[in-house]
Design a protein around this ligand. Sequence first.
Ligand code: GLA
Length: 394
Amino acid sequence: MKSLWSTALAGLVVTGWLLSSNPAQQSVKPALTPPMGWNSWNHFNKQIDDATVRAQADAMVASGMRDAGYVYVNIDDTWEGERDAQGFIRANSKFPDMKALASYVHSKGLKLGIYSSPGPKTCAKYEGSYGHEEQDAHTYAEWGIDYLKYDLCGLREMMKETPSPEAARNIMLDAYTKMHNALLKTGRPMVYSLCQYGNDAVWKWGDSVGGNLWRTTGDISDKYSRMAEIGFSQAGLANYAGPGHWNDPDMLEVGNGGMNAEEYRTHMSLWAILAAPLLAGNDLTKMTPETVSLLTNRNVIAIDQDPAGIQGDRVSAEGPTEVWARPLADGSKAVGLFNRHPQPMEVRVDLRELGFSGPMQVRDVWSGNSLGTIQGEYQTRVPGHGVILLRVSK
Ligand code: GLA
């Protein structure tokens, strides 16, 4: 089944925005490039409130992140309060006025995201949207919400009670479709982020239930081993991503302190090659200059946000070293030479394997420096757990 957003591809293309061919639901398709922004969960976990979100929005502007392309300020789990007598959700006391918060975030040129579950309860056991999908979508639109992360959690209990895996899968797909339709009905464009940890090969059906992005794995943590396990497991998924529908290997840990600069550079480089959403997960009010430069490198962001929206993939692997490449709109390629070993290693790439014959211009993406003209094989020393990220062009 094709989603309304997919149907919209047959609609008008106006100044780079896609409009639905159905006038009743004529709205801009969100996420033509992978969403960029910030999310509260990785750093603040359950300790998130109105003042903290405002401070993050302020810092997103002051640090230059907004100007580098970060736009969504996303509240994750634990904002939810009780429902009123009519069944409408209210925020809990940590968020006294969600509409005012949205206005504040919008006044900074940013957008506000929120979180819920298709089940009766969220992962942190707060109120989910089960049975209240249209009411919740209506409330989000009224508040001025621009992005919804919809996290399976509570629905899993109901899926377990079904007679077969097929029945469980149908419950899940129906639940995701239901909220997609409810969001469409509001007429307010909201990015729709599916979170069900990559089960049932979500990349094959995430688009058909209206997802703009879908988590492809379980939760990331602020450790090189977990980040690498997730990032390097994305090989083979490139065909499922494209403008408006992205694979999501989870939010960034850059700046949270559990990895060194080389490892965070690997995190950013790999996510850029994967056309992954760039949702910072650190405290933006307490960033070192190094963290800011890791998050805002324009050359790296340009790869992530490349307008062709073609996800990269693994080209080769030899022991702990891997070469990944991503085709870009101007005919060049981003090429990542990764070393998963803790000690420095030599990594080799044959540009002919990437489809490049003849002399090529090669640039180091992080430094922006030209490495001159290279033909055929290229070999370089890559730091432990590090990467050399190249842009190769004619
Ligand atoms: C799940 C998700 C996380 C986060 C928490 C919140 O674990 O995968 O990203 O949203 O729930 O409870």
